[in-house]
Design a protein around this ligand. Structure first.
Ligand code: 13P
Ligand code: SF4
Length: 327
């Protein structure tokens, strides 16, 4: 038996013994995707975490994803195999700031199209726009979710904004997703200056060179990409949205504008089609931290437990539940 087979055997045995479920995001390493009970995008994995009757949820992803699982399923043991697997975008916005709001806002006047820089916290923005609902991308901390009216993912962001009875919305923290929402709704979008460093890396020149190299390929882009890319793309959608689109499309070639981990399932689901990464270096280092060894260690030692304090969990759950109710 190879070392990998041995690791898999031990993981499956422990998983059964502990009545655990393994969830893996579409960006995880190939070998981690292979041992998962479910792999998917943020929305799909949140739904599974909310509905599972297993005792333990092993979340192969980044910190905010395990936190969401714990918020939705507080009675389960939620484990994140690599405690340092965070999402830099999630850390770009704080729920609160220690600064004196009156000093901070002295002379500040909001104008349409302005995007808030990190000097402001979510509480600061709310003070400046009383009554305007806050739509929070799931790539945020539990504290930020707790200050929000409703969450969204890349799969449902426009639908969520459209579901709100307000002609103005605050969308945090991704400026690219917010710009995409603004383009697809008549509502005014008050945005934040956050971004994903993996998607932000790609530019229009990358699309041009990929199209020159593969003239028959369709360009699929994640809404975390810059607007210049979203404007050039044939289809803009979440990671699982790309999986569905590639499978149902008549096209045979695709340029993939997201983290390269998605290529594994795209290729295995569609062996007769060709997939090219928009950039080979669109790799999320945090998503790649989890390995078979860390999953085994996590099941053996029940580390790292992710638990959100009740005073944050309850309001954060309201925002997540409200999102999950939008069909
Ligand atoms: P999806 O919800 O589309 O899978 O995206 C999650 C993410 O972190 C994108 O960078
Ligand atoms: Fe965060 Fe970007 Fe990594 Fe997704 S790909 S987890 S948004 S850093």
């Amino acid at each position: 038996m190879t070392e990998k087979e041995e690791l898999r055997r031990k993981i499956f045995a422990l998983k059964k013994e502990k009545n655990a479920i393994i969830l893996a995001h579409n960006y995880q390493r190939d070998e981690v995707q292979d041992i998962a009970d479910y792999r998917g995008d943020s929305l799909e994995l949140s739904r599974i975490a909310a509905d599972t009757d297993c005792d333990v949820i092993v979340f192969c992803g980044v910190h905010f994803m395990a936190e969401s699982a714990s918020i939705l399923s507080p009675d389960k043991t939620v484990l994140l195999p690599e405690i340092s697997a965070g999402c830099p975008m999630a850390d770009m916005i704080a729920a609160d700031s220690a600064r004196n709001a009156r000093t901070q806002f002295a002379g500040f006047e909001y104008h349409e199209g302005f995007t808030y820089p990190p000097e402001f916290s979510l509480k600061d923005i709310k003070k400046l726009h009383p009554g305007v609902p806050v739509v929070t991308y799931v790539n945020t901390t539990a504290e930020v979710k707790a200050e929000s009216d409703i969450c969204c993912t890349s799969a449902n962001a426009v639908k969520i904004v459209e579901s709100l009875d307000s002609d103005k919305v605050i969308c945090i923290p991704d400026k690219n997703l917010s710009a995409w929402i603004a383009r697809n709704t008549k509502k005014e979008v008050i945005a934040w200056d956050g971004f994903c460093h993996v998607h932000e890396r790609a530019t229009a020149d990358d699309v041009k060179s990929a199209r020159e190299a593969h003239p028959d390929a369709l360009v699929l882009a994640h809404p975390e990409c810059r607007m210049e890319i979203l404007e050039m793309a044939d289809h803009v959608t979440s990671t699982s949205g790309m999986l569905r689109y590639a499978q149902s499309s008549d096209a045979n070639e695709f340029i993939i504008g997201t983290e390269t981990g998605l290529m594994y399932k795209l290729k295995s689901d569609n062996p007769d089609k060709s997939f090219y990464p928009l950039r080979k270096d669109m790799i999320c280092p945090n998503m790649k931290k989890t390995s078979l060894n860390s999953v085994l260690h996590c099941l053996e030692t029940e580390t790292y437990k992710i638990k959100v304090p009740e005073e944050i969990r309850v309001p954060a759950k309201k925002a997540l539940d409200r999102m999950l109710e939008v069909k």
